[in-house]
Design a protein around this ligand. Structure first.
Ligand SMILES: Cc1ncc(COP(=O)(O)O)c(C=O)c1O
Length: 448
């Protein structure tokens, strides 16, 4: 699970005067004499002020969006049009034929599994390296979540390990585009075609990310997005489903609207046999329309800064940035993910490295952990409903099936994240992040 940020202990902006040093590749030379300066953790000046761009961005357009809905006195989507308008715009943005707004990313995934009538006895394949919501939506349907290990180089689901996880009970493959970078969709779709098992893309972190020039969420049967506060498109809470399958779109609409098909309140028979309330409010719909006026520009800014930062960090021994698969034409960079190797930092532990980085004014997190070993997850094997549905033997086998050694290695010692808002500032922020790491590397033995 995401760690709380430990940040913004700004003391003073470091003035890095003097001779620069080079990062081991041509044409990028980091300004100025930091080799003579100590890391902040040893009493030197911070490499960065700690003041990365605030998130979310708010202006008069959001104020107007809120007050328009307030004054209209139409706060529910039924019988009104703001959420409808948002769905139209999000369709245009993603190139999908259908879009359904939902109350959260979790409810987008839950609605999809509900519309596909996933239930007890079914298995759903998910990556182990993800936010807990990916797991929860499977368990809410009393289906069995089957973890697939992580490709340590990309932080994504290891698509080469999906096929062995498939059984007769497998009903859905649910890859996640973690950090906003696409999972290996070519390989995943090949397996889906071969086995006839549908793919639901958990694109909750991947707004505007692209695989081979097309927005993610369009590749599987459907994709789910989150607009929760930390996300690259934000309405506090919120979500959306995109799909190119009309029948599924209708069933999802009914499911998220208490099984009713109509656009106004009242009894309007829908599609499917299950339902609940997962509707987005008009406030959130209109807020999203306002936030969307900046989303393309912000995404471009993140892409530019992230590729520059990648060039800088790839020049530092012991730092390995997350690989993007060959089909990736755009990462959303919801998270900037990289691996840390203490052997190139005089044995300095990841915890101490992150502590030193934070003191430099550069917030970071070690990211997700070993979900498969988390007590909340292993406890499922003792859940009375699961024992009744699957029996003790199957639940014990389930625990055994959930081994993910690569993920253990990644999360136990190596993974580190920066956050999307850190990529929204000037390029000099990227220089200062790299400077911070180089300072720590130079003084690693002393820090340790
Ligand atoms: C990969 C992933 N899936 C699902 C979700 C759930 O989205 P929400 O928080 O909007 O319910 C999130 C949110 O963090 C996520 O990161």
């Amino acid at each position: 699970m995401e760690n709380k940020l430990n940040r913004r202990a700004f003391v003073s902006v470091a003035s890095m005067a003097g001779a620069g040093f080079t990062l081991g590749f041509p044409n990028i030379s980091i300004a100025s004499g930091i080799d003579t300066l100590k890391p902040a953790i040893l009493g030197g000046p911070q490499a960065h002020s700690g003041m990365f761009p605030a998130w979310p961005v708010v202006s008069e357009i959001e104020e107007k969006a809120m007050s328009d809905v307030l004054q209209s006195k139409k706060w529910c989507r039924l019988g009104s049009n703001k959420v409808d308008n948002f769905e139209t715009e999000y369709k245009k943005l993603t190139g999908a034929k259908h879009c359904l707004a939902t109350s959260s990313g979790t409810s987008a995934l839950y609605t999809l599994l509900g519309a596909l009538d996933i239930g007890p006895g079914d298995e759903v394949i998910i990556p182990v390296y993800t936010f807990i919501a990916t797991y929860n939506v499977v368990v809410l349907n009393y289906a069995l979540p089957i973890f697939v290990d992580t490709d340590i180089e990309s932080f994504q689901i290891d698509a080469n390990k999906i096929e062995v996880a498939i059984t007769k009970q497998t009903k859905v493959i649910m890859p996640v585009h973690i950090g906003g970078s696409p999972a290996n969709l070519d390989k995943i779709l090949e397996i889906s075609r071969k086995t006839n098992i549908p793919v639901i893309e958990d694109a909750c972190q991947a707004h505007l990310a692209e695989w081979r020039g097309k927005k993610v969420g369009n590749y599987g049967l459907a994709g789910a997005f989150s607009f929760q506060a930390s996300k690259n498109l934000n309405s506090g809470e919120g979500g959306a489903i995109i799909t190119n399958d009309e029948k599924l779109a209708q069933t999802c609409y009914s499911f998220h609207n208490q099984g009713q098909g109509g656009r106004v309140t009242g009894f309007n028979p829908g599609t499917g046999t299950r339902g609940t309330n997962m509707r987005l409010s008009e406030f959130q719909g209109n807020l999203l329309l306002a936030q969307m006026t900046r989303v393309v520009e912000q995404t471009n800014r993140r892409t530019e800064n992230a590729s520059y930062l990648t060039k800088l960090l790839n020049g530092i021994k012991g730092i390995t940035t997350a690989k993007l698969y060959e089909g990736t034409t755009r990462s959303a960079y919801h998270l900037y993910m990289f691996r840390y190797d203490k052997n190139h930092f005089a044995g300095l532990s990841r915890t101490k490295f992150m502590d030193a980085l934070t003191k430099e004014g550069v917030p970071c997190s070690n990211g997700y952990g070993m979900m498969n070993k988390n007590e909340y997850v292993t406890g499922l094997a003792k859940n009375k409903h699961y024992l009744r549905i699957y029996g003790e033997k199957t639940m014990n086998q389930w625990l055994e099936r959930n081994q993910c050694p690569q993920n253990d290695l990644l999360t136990g010692e190596q993974s580190i994240w920066f956050f999307q808002n850190m990529l929204l500032g000037p390029r000099s922020d990227m220089d200062q992040i790299a400077e911070a790491i180089l300072k720590i590397q130079k003084y690693a033995a002393e820090i340790g």
